[in-house]
Ligand binder design. Structure first.
Ligand code: GDP
Length: 190
């Protein structure tokens, strides 16, 4: 169900995280993976605009989604960035993922045509060591046939050992509701 989403605040440091009583769902992905488009598909208003505002692209952006708080993490994919920036990103997500008590799970957004890399593996390891669930949202499923899409899902499940892998298309508006239902049933309601 599309809903209105309210921007709460941006933060880098733990002391600046918002105080509230809801569960948090974090969302991360390589730059250009389709994260903003996916988030916009969850809302009737275009919240991801906030996250791409200059000055906010390197921060954690917190949004109230009614039943939970969505934490939009800055995009990764480090080729064009300096060593310092990479370290800052690591530090920020590490502190958040390792310390946030209200964290219910992490959504990893990935272009369906890409393969699993070190950056995704880093996030998978955080989820394993910290014991929070991880779901993978494959985007741009409209770029391939249905059988290729099913193949991509199965390949990723095998490679990563993850069971929550979903294919979506922001263009065709498919798959998003399945992800929302999964998250609500398994991470929020439970
Ligand atoms: P972000 O950097 O991860 O937030 O990625 P964006 O949401 O800005 O998307 C990056 C590019 O991929 C844009 O040109 C989008 O229009 C395109 N894109 C995103 N989702 C889809 C999709 O489901 N299908 C197709 N064909 N293109 C998409």
């Amino acid at each position: 169900m599309p809903k209105q989403i309210r921007f709460i605040k941006s933060a880098v440091l733990e002391k600046d995280y918002p105080v509230h009583k809801k569960a948090e769902v974090a969302i991360a992905g390589r730059s250009n993976a389709g994260k903003s488009s996916f988030i916009n598909g969850l809302a009737t208003n275009k919240i991801a605009k906030v996250s791409s505002t200059p000055g906010k692209t390197r921060l954690l952006n917190f949004f109230d989604m009614d039943s939970f708080v969505l934490v939009d993490m800055p995009g990764y994919g480090f080729a064009a960035r300096s060593g310092d920036e990479i370290r800052d990103w690591h530090k920020m997500i590490e502190v958040y993922l390792n310390s946030r008590e209200s964290l219910a799970g992490l959504i990893l957004v990935m272009d369906i045509r890409r393969s699993w890399s070190e950056d995704e593996e880093l996030l998978r390891r955080f989820s394993e060591t910290q014991g929070f669930p991880l779901a993978v949202v494959l985007t741009k499923a409209d770029k391939m046939s249905r059988s290729q899409m099913l193949q991509a899902i199965n390949k990723l499940k095998k490679e990563t050992g993850l069971s929550a892998v979903f294919a979506t298309s922001a263009l065709k508006k498919t798959g998003q509701e399945e992800v929302e239902d999964y998250i609500y049933d398994n991470w929020i309601k439970a």
